[in-house]
Design a protein around this ligand. Structure first.
Ligand code: TYD
Length: 131
């Protein structure tokens, strides 16, 4: 699977690092929504769904977690542990997010507003829908 990583170049000086995300330049879509996940216990699995239309970029801005991506043909797991790297998740991609560290903060940039009808929460339905 060809997972797209987006690298953000931090502005660094002796005060620390600052990452700025320019929507037109750094993102493969126009951002309509941003959310973040924190306080996820290490044993939980989040996600477990696909989206019909929504695209996302995930950045673990603090701590770490793993994401397993599945396009119905191939599966690949990526460790998110770098606030300078975003993982692009296209539509029609099953994702499971797990192994959260206690301090993890997962920032998600989304191409659409929240819409429950865009979710495919059943794996068999997902496999069926992409055929
Ligand atoms: P859910 O999408 O199930 O989380 P995850 O993908 O991490 O497993 O969302 C959890 C709850 O939050 C659910 O009740 C829907 C709600 N929610 C919103 O209201 N707005 C949002 O932008 C998101 C992502 C979720």
């Amino acid at each position: 699977m060809n997972i797209k990583r987006i690298c953000f170049q931090p502005h660094e000086d002796k005060r620390g690092k600052l990452v700025s995300i320019d929507v037109g330049k750094d993102m493969p879509f126009c951002i309509k929504r941003i959310y973040y996940i924190y306080d996820a216990a290490p044993e939980v699995v989040r996600g477990r769904h696909a989206h019909r239309k929504l695209e996302q970029v995930l950045v673990c801005v603090h701590g770490k977690c793993k994401i397993k991506l599945d396009d119905g043909k191939e599966k690949e797991t990526v460790l998110l542990d770098n606030p300078r790297v975003g993982i692009y998740v296209a539509n029609n991609m099953w994702r499971e997010i797990y192994d959260f560290s206690d301090d993890s903060v997962l920032m998600v940039f989304a191409s659409e507003e929240f819409d429950e009808s865009d979710y495919v929460r059943d794996y068999d339905e997902f496999i069926h829908s992409i055929k």
